[in-house]
Design a protein around this ligand. Structure first.
Ligand SMILES: [Zn+2]
Length: 331
């Protein structure tokens, strides 16, 4: 309880991710030799890719700073990772690759060839099946363990299941970036999560929170892995990407999860693989000028849903003057 921030070297602080909890992120604050505080933390969604990289060991944590401002505690983490410089080509020269995240197929990617025809669709359907099975196992088993009063076992079982889910996510997101690498001047196009949170129809068998978690996590992993390879990532408005026909633009419907049907009689598309149709729509929005880049959001690091792990930069001025010492952990 002091006006001055507490500093930690990279030895002292640790992040933990528990996606199964209502609050997903925790920070371990070293207190004494064998006594630590685990504090729940709300990250800035804009910086989620950094957290995913840190959590996966693909970024390195440096010095961090904990301080209070206006009754809220903030943690600034310094992190570094290797990235490749993106090639300088114009927007029109880039080939947009649409990335659709769904339930049946966990991720679907597709792009258009030089003649404008959709080509090389890739679906991670088996992985979607694996994730559904793991989620189901998690819910049924933890419920059973909890009713027996085995909270500790339920927790470690949960950690294990979610780390398996994370492994699947990491292998899929790595393959998505490899797909992009195989194309000249690629740009990965994702749906804008802020819209999805507000307006998406989640479907009957989709757990809202877990689905939201899957989206955010997959997006963040794709982002940081793409940047490592110098591949730009843009987001587009997801409105009707799953219901619109990629050939004629008409809003059709999905008689089954995996099928899109175009209702326009003049259109050559009758039925089409729904996830691939969605991925092409997402890719097309990049060229129609609907895409956004995060590079232009600098200067506003506030989180869109109220939570944040950062505070205005001017609060660092004090930090340079004086600092707390805290055992062997503080610098
Ligand atoms: Zn059509």
């Amino acid at each position: 309880h002091d006006d001055h921030p507490v500093r930690f070297t990279n030895e002292g602080l640790r992040l933990d991710h528990k996606p199964e909890n209502a609050i997903e992120w925790y920070v371990k604050i070293p207190h004494h030799e064998d006594y630590h505080l685990w504090i729940p933390a709300q990250p800035n969604p804009e910086q989620r890719d950094w957290l995913e990289a840190l959590n996966a060991g693909d970024a390195e944590m440096g010095e961090s700073r904990l301080f209070e401002q206006d009754g809220t505690w903030f943690l600034h983490i310094t992190a570094t990772r290797d990235v490749e410089r993106a090639s300088k080509v114009s927007r029109e020269e880039r080939t947009p690759i649409g990335v659709d995240i769904g339930e049946a197929s966990l991720v679907t990617v597709c792009h258009r060839d030089g003649h404008g025809s959709p080509t090389r669709p890739e679906l991670w359907a088996d992985e979607g099946k694996t994730i559904r099975r793991l989620r189901k196992t998690y819910f049924t088993t933890t419920r059973r363990l909890q009713t027996r009063g085995s909270e500790r076992i339920a927790e470690s079982f949960g950690d294990d299941v979610w780390s398996q889910i994370d492994d699947v996510f990491h292998s899929v997101t790595r393959e998505v970036v490899e797909y992009a690498e195989s194309i000249e001047n690629p740009v990965l196009v994702l749906e804008d999560l802020t819209y999805i949170r507000e307006s998406m129809d989640y479907g009957e068998y989709m757990n809202r929170r877990l689905h939201g978690w899957g989206f955010a996590k997959l997006h963040a992993q794709i982002r940081y892995k793409a940047v490592e390879k110098g591949i730009p990532v843009k987001t587009v408005n997801p409105r009707n990407t799953s219901k619109q026909c990629h050939a004629c633009g008409e809003v059709g419907y999905r008689p089954r999860q995996a099928t899109f049907t175009c209702t326009n009689d003049a259109c050559w598309i009758g039925e089409y693989q729904a996830d691939v149709n969605g991925a092409i729509n997402i890719a097309d929005r990049y060229l129609s000028g609907e895409s956004h880049s995060r590079e232009h959001t600098d200067g506003d690091d506030s989180a869109e849903d109220g939570g944040r792990l950062t505070a205005p930069q001017d609060s660092q001025a004090d930090a340079e003057v004086q600092q707390e010492t805290l055992g062997t952990y503080a610098s």
